[in-house]
Design a protein around this ligand. Structure first.
Ligand code: SF4
Length: 280
């Protein structure tokens, strides 16, 4: 009944069917029309016809028992490779799995295995449980779209998950570059630059720097000097350097000699020094 039909649709039909046809013997002796009537509304009526025919063969040829042999199972009407495998796993605990699209997807994601290489791979004491678990796992966790990898208990052995993790890691590690405008107040004829500790740009906080802003619109009255790239820890910076000659010191700045070399000056600031030194 579950072939091509969802569980919730099947449940009321199944209950009604087993109430009216409680055993294989009753099924094999029932009138075909009675079976089709019970199936009415469920569709795919060949399933009902095959079930009815198979019950007769089982009673006649197999003493009312499902054979535990793949080839004999496949001789029954309506039973193909998938059903034969899953019946052997569920009923006889054989090391077989039902290889439908869902299970193939799981095995490929986990181990990059194809269907031929897995058929004899899983031999546990609970082969039936394993075959059933794979079906449930594919339906609930390792779904075709948006697998729930974050709650998957076997993600550490999953090649698909590891490759996704790598991509995520690469994405996280990707260094994004930011644009900064640096404004240098320079003292004319003195080779001095105004520096401050009050920059709020998130790097070199404790060192003196010129006025720095992340892409400022207020560039009027400033002269463009040059453009260059700089890196600081994992930041990549695209710098636009501007300057202005001034005799007045802006608030919270102090003049610093471009020639002074006994103080520690970070290389980021030294680069700025080199650029503006060309103006003298
Ligand atoms: S980690 Fe994701 S892709 Fe891998 S088996 Fe689990 S759910 Fe499937």
């Amino acid at each position: 009944m579950l072939q091509q039909t969802q569980v919730k649709t099947v449940i009321p039909y199944f209950k009604k069917f087993v109430k009216n046809v409680p055993s294989l013997k009753v099924l094999s002796t029932s009138n075909k029309n009675k079976i089709l009537k019970l199936w009415e509304g469920l569709g795919y009526y060949s399933r009902a016809k095959n079930l009815h025919k198979a019950s007769k063969i089982l009673i006649k040829k197999h003493k009312g028992k499902l054979p535990d042999n793949f080839d004999q199972l496949k001789e029954l009407p309506g039973i193909g490779d998938y059903t034969a495998n899953i019946l052997l796993a569920l009923i006889y605990n054989h090391p077989r799995i039902g290889l439908d699209g869902n299970v193939k997807r799981i095995l490929f994601r986990l181990f990059k295995l194809n269907e031929k290489s897995v058929i004899n791979l899983f031999k546990t004491n609970r082969n039936g449980d394993f075959a059933e678990a794979l079906i449930e796992f594919g339906a609930l966790i390792c779904k075709s779209k948006d697998p729930k990898c974050y709650e998957c208990k076997i993600k550490n052995m999953c090649l698909y998950y590891k490759s996704k993790e790598k991509v995520a890691l690469k994405k996280n590690n990707k260094i994004h570059s930011k644009n900064y405008d640096i404004f240098c107040y320079l003292k004319k004829n003195k080779r001095q630059i105004a520096l401050t500790k009050n920059n709020n740009v998130g790097f070199l906080k404790s060192f003196n720097l010129p006025k720095i802003e992340q892409t400022s619109k207020q560039k009027k009255n400033w002269k463009f000097l040059c453009k260059y790239k700089n890196s600081i820890s994992n930041k990549k910076l695209n710098i636009n350097l501007y300057y202005k000659f001034s005799s007045k010191l802006p608030p919270r700045f102090q003049w610093y000699s471009l020639n002074k070399n006994k103080d520690f000056v970070p290389s980021f600031t030294k680069k700025i020094f080199r650029q503006v030194s060309n103006l003298y």
